[in-house]
Design a protein around this ligand. Structure first.
Ligand SMILES: [Zn+2]
Ligand SMILES: [Zn+2]
Length: 231
């Protein structure tokens, strides 16, 4: 079950931050895949056909095959139930535990084997399709690639290289708009007209910089202001 889920995740590997991927349990991996693509855990049939002209609808489609995906529902149903018999129970668990129902466990294992076999025998594997938007990161220059989920706009995107956050939306004319998620503040130095633009992930204690106008260094610290009722 783990191997199949991680294998499915490989199809989306470029869309998942690698350091996050390393520590996840299968059900968490699958949930992240579903956030990327709501149909990631559904089985699908791949058909191809020749377009009569670019963009035209093919008159004849050929079925390539069906990929039976081991779904999140199956994973939830079985994963922890089987996991609990893999490890020796603690003494407290032994005292409280119901006696192991071997017949029931066998039935479960047989159901899992059946699902896994069906999935492994799929003639095609791990196809993904999607609309992708690309942008060189405005902070570090590395390329960011983000899948645009259909009918669900806007989406948040993050540079995998430096972590810079963006909001990505699809405009009516079909172009993709990348909005860097930032906060602005005016320089507190008297008579300085400098403005600071901080990325959202930089708005935290300890961030420091120098004003480009007055050259004075500033840093973010804890602060308390009178409550004027304003947001
Ligand atoms: Zn970046
Ligand atoms: Zn300044």
């Amino acid at each position: 079950m783990e191997a199949l889920t991680y294998d499915r995740a490989q199809a989306y590997a470029k869309e998942i931050p690698p350091e996050e991927m390393a520590t996840w349990q299968p059900d968490k991996v699958m949930k992240v895949l579903l956030e990327i693509e709501p149909t990631a855990d559904r089985s699908y049939t791949l058909r191809i056909g020749e377009e009569p002209y670019p963009g035209g609808i093919p008159t004849k489609m050929h079925t390539v095959g069906t990929d039976t995906v081991f779904s999140l529902v199956e994973l939830r149903k079985h994963y922890h139930a089987v996991g609990s018999v893999l490890h020796t129970p603690t003494m407290q668990q032994m005292e409280r535990a119901k006696p192991l129902d071997a017949a029931k466990l066998r039935m479960r294992l047989e159901a899992i084997t059946q699902s896994l076999t069906k999935s492994l025998e799929s003639p095609i594997r791990n196809f993904t399709f999607g609309n992708f938007a690309r942008l060189p990161c405005k902070r570090c220059g590395e390329s960011i690639r983000k899948r645009l989920p259909t009918g669900q706009h806007p989406v948040e995107a993050k540079c995998f290289s430096c972590g810079a956050p963006y909001q990505v939306s699809l405009l009516n004319d079909g172009t993709v708009w990348w909005e860097p998620l930032t906060r602005e503040a005016k320089c507190p130095t008297e008579n300085c007209s400098g403005e600071f633009v901080l990325w959202l992930d930089e708005v935290k204690i300890g961030t420091h910089w120098s004003c480009s106008g007055c050259k004075k260094p500033y840093r973010i610290e804890f602060g308390i202001s009178p409550d004027t009722g304003a947001e």
